[in-house]
Design a protein around this ligand. Structure first.
Ligand code: FES
Length: 358
């Protein structure tokens, strides 16, 4: 028969005797058997159901409800109830940029509310307790294991789950909704296709027929601006065009004698000795802007992809596998001076590859 020594009584306790104890008695006896002495233990609310206890419960339940609402809002936003490309006043063409922060904020709020609620539950409703413990070696015998189980049960009873149905419900709601979040993210990502909403933002830039090319300060770009072999970063001259992340375009003036071997159906995209390519690297989206004018090589500094401008920005070295998209150029006269404009948008999507390219 396994026994354990109860320091408070000084007597050995059998497994049968231990099994007769209430969870709280077992917890205290088990703690003492392990050399843990509870020197102070007090219920926060010795009389159950007082106004103060109910107020504490309601406050914690409110925190859980906020967590529940935040998790549900995350799911609703993720599923597209908030327009995927909604626009805020003054946001120009950056009409989708608040989507991800919104998801992050709601998920953070849901997690924070559950965490704060659990901490408040422990601080406000669990019994106050101070204990000191002796250290000892060796495995526990059966009696100690039973007493240890009593400790767990007693701790669970201290939570008051059975009689605190409001907290149980609200925590269950918040935890359940939060539990759905990874599922929704997994399944939703397979359902929702990027760029399929209004405007198809992943497939189009602000360029279009007649859109002027401008520098970052808004000045229009003229063919007279560049020396042979020179380059300039230009943008679409529309509202928000300079800030748009897929707008940066590299305008290149070839050196005398250099020609571009154009890809199919794009032979007339250049203008004179000028060609224009998207500056966004097709590997991982860095700006490819180191131009070696003698060889016509364009280098992306991030992972050393090289694009041969004389072969229509075809990748010739490094991890990029797709040519830089080419912008169809044209020129118009304004006040007796020539200025560049786009004949149309880029014919393909900008930047790194993703599935279902058109
Ligand atoms: S982003 Fe350009 S090489 Fe990787």
């Amino acid at each position: 028969m396994s026994t354990t020594h109860s320091p408070s009584s000084g007597e050995e306790m059998t497994a049968e005797e231990a099994a007769q104890l209430s969870p709280e008695e077992a917890m205290i006896a088990g703690a003492e058997a392990d050399g843990i002495y509870i020197v102070h233990r007090r219920e926060r609310f010795p009389i159950a159901g007082t106004k103060a206890e109910k107020r504490a419960e309601r406050t914690i339940a409110t925190v859980f409800v906020i967590g529940f609402l935040a998790a549900v809002a995350f799911i609703v936003v993720f599923c597209g109830a908030v327009p995927y490309e909604f626009k805020l006043p003054g946001a120009g063409n950056q009409n989708y940029r608040y989507f991800t922060p919104l998801l992050g904020g709601l998920l953070g709020l849901a997690l924070a509310c559950i965490g704060i609620g659990v901490v408040l539950w422990a601080k406000w409703l669990l019994p106050e307790e101070e204990a000191v413990q002796d250290r000892h070696d060796g495995a526990s015998d059966m009696t100690q294991q039973i007493l240890g189980a009593g400790t767990l049960v007693s701790g669970f009873e201290d939570l008051g789950i059975a009689r605190r149905s409001m907290l149980k419900t609200t925590l269950g709601l918040a935890g359940g909704a939060l539990g759905l979040v990874p599922l929704v993210a997994l399944v939703g990502a397979m359902i929702k296709k990027p760029g399929r909403g209004p405007g198809q933002s992943l497939f189009h830039t602000p360029y279009g027929p007649g859109v002027p090319l401008v520098y970052s300060d808004g000045r229009r770009v003229s063919p007279d601006d560049l020396q042979p072999g020179g380059i300039a970063t230009v943008f679409p001259g529309v509202e928000g065009g300079v800030k748009n992340s897929d707008s940066p375009t590299l305008l290149i003036r070839l050196r005398p004698g250099q020609t571009v071997k154009a890809r199919k159906n794009q032979a007339n995209f250049g203008w004179g000795e000028y060609v224009a390519f998207s500056k966004i690297c097709t590997h991982a989206g860095c700006p490819a802007s180191l131009y070696e004018q003698k060889t016509g090589r364009l280098l992306c500094p991030c992972h050393q992809s090289q694009f041969d401008v004389l072969q229509d920005a075809k990748p010739v070295f490094g991890p990029a596998t797709r040519s830089l998209p080419k912008l169809p150029l044209d020129v118009e006269m304004v006040d007796g001076r020539q200025y560049f404009k786009a004949r149309d948008d880029f014919p393909e999507a900008i930047g790194p590859s993703f599935w279902e390219r058109p």
